[in-house]
Design a protein around this ligand. Structure first.
Ligand code: PEP
Ligand code: MN
Length: 449
């Protein structure tokens, strides 16, 4: 953060444009790119710097063990799926999960949507071949279209501007839902009662009843339910496409600092956290709370250097490590990392992404994850932190409010053979509405221990 206090922060930002940036599309039309970037630079910010500061304070509370954070949403948002119903159902799922987690943790839950900007994806290969035809890989709706033909897969800079508008419309509706009465804790609790009313989820009935009792207790005490009609809700996405993030980065008139105004919280992925690369340079220069994904293969020295680069001032809430190690590796790989980072004195916030280390190809050919592995990774995360006396700060989950069949398992017992029934993700498999709620009940039990 120190560099952005230089006399011309935008110049400091521009200097990073020469650094190598992994996972960027090859735009065929440079003039069109320049025009799109100019358009984005002329548009208003999607979020305000002051809101980012509030989230940094919330994340600081998470790092001290005084709050829990829930980050959730699609692996890849698409323009077509940015509908009122989809946005409402995703927000509803996150609110339902948060209510259960709040009870389990007896702490505030910081709600963050992986939404309103999650339109760019890193890919393991630049190209995709089907039946002898090779085309550029799908890199997210911000870059190209999913359909497999040459026109669709050709990167189109006009999509950067569409991503801005889709994000803006999404955020507008999210703000309306979370402040206009939809988030009323009493409704959210009623929805959760509906969930445990289903026989498949009977084992969570006791916890739901306990929450019900707590609600009635609050009511009897005259708790101000009016005040609980609105809730704070933040947006987050991977800061992957620098041609989108840079023009939306602005100088805050209050402080003179740079903020990436495309979202409240942005993170750098496992594949782009190169210490000499453009992505870490970019997040080091903005004042948002930021995350870095950490796999089981991470080198501890790299992580310590990332801390020095991104959080030289050791500001609580500034830097979150989102660990995504896999259920089979977290118990062996996480302890040394947490120990050494803690010993360095850095106030890092720890969040568990139990999705990206647990992906596999099913026998029916779908990319999937097993709900049991997801739960087991979160359990491992809690075990490691509780064993070391550090704080398991939160979870980062790919989820949707819809009844898709993308991950196997859960009490509804989605099987390999069911995956084709409703597989809609254009990238990674998401927990469906029921699996998401079930995860929340299980994590609430872990938090309550
Ligand atoms: C993601 O969050 O969708 C992603 C690609 O994660 P990671 O960088 O951890 O692989
Ligand atoms: Mn993903």
């Amino acid at each position: 953060m120190s560099t952005s206090t230089a006399s011309d922060p935008l110049q400091a930002l521009a200097a990073g444009a020469d650094l190598p940036a992994a996972q960027q599309p090859v735009w065929p039309d440079r003039d069109a790119l320049e025009s799109a970037v100019g358009t984005l630079a002329s548009y208003p910010p999607l979020v305000f710097a002051g809101e980012c500061d509030v989230l940094r304070d919330r994340m600081a509370a998470v790092s001290r063990g005084e709050a829990f954070v829930l980050q959730g949403g699609d692996c890849a948002e698409t323009f077509d799926s940015a509908t009122a119903d989809n946005i409402r159902d995703r927000v509803k799922t996150i609110l339902q999960m948060a209510a259960v987690l709040t009870y389990g943790a007896s702490m505030p839950v910081v709600k963050v949507g992986r939404m309103a900007g999650q339109y760019a994806k890193p890919r393991s290969s630049d190209e995709e071949t089907r039946e002898g035809v090779t085309l550029p890989a799908y890199r997210g709706d911000m870059v190209n279209a999913y359909e497999f033909d040459e026109a669709s897969r050709t990167p189109d800079p006009a999509r950067l501007v569409r991503a801005y508008h889709a994000s803006s419309a999404t955020l507008n509706l999210v703000r309306a839902f979370t402040t206009g009465g939809f988030a009323d804790l009493r409704h959210v609790h009623d929805w959760n009662k509906g969930f445990v009313g289903n026989a498949a989820f009977a084992r969570y009935e006791r916890l739901a009843k306990d929450i019900d009792k707590a609600m009635r207790f609050m009511n009897a005490c005259g708790a101000d339910f009016e005040a609980m009609k609105a809730t704070e809700f933040f947006s987050a996405h991977e800061a992957l496409l620098l041609d989108y993030e840079r023009p939306l980065t602005r100088v805050d008139s209050r402080t003179g600092h740079l903020y990436d105004t495309s979202g409240h919280f942005v993170w750098v992925g496992e594949r782009t956290r190169d210490l000499d690369g453009a992505h870490l340079d970019f997040v080091s220069k903005v004042h948002n709370p930021v995350g870095v994904k950490v796999s089981a293969n991470a080198e501890i020295d790299d992580l310590l250097r990332i801390i020095d680069l991104v959080d030289p001032d050791r500001t609580p809430g500034r830097l979150t490590f989102i660990t995504r190690m896999g259920a089979g590796r977290i118990r062996e790989a996480l302890p040394a990392i947490v120990e050494k980072v803690t010993a360095s004195g850095a106030p890092v916030t720890w969040v568990c992404d139990p999705m990206h280390g647990n992906t596999f190809s099913s026998s029916s050919g779908f990319k999937t994850r097993d709900f049991e592995d997801v739960v087991d990774e979160v359990r491992g995360f809690f075990e490691v932190h509780q064993g070391l006396g550090t704080h398991p700060g939160g979870i980062h989950v790919e989820l949707t409010g819809n009844d898709v069949t993308e991950c196997i398992g859960g009490s509804e017992k989605i099987l390999d053979a069911d995956l084709g029934t409703r597989y809609e993700s254009v990238c990674d498999p998401r927990l469906n509405h029921q699996q998401s709620l079930e995860l929340a009940f299980l994590v609430a039990e872990m938090l309550a221990q």
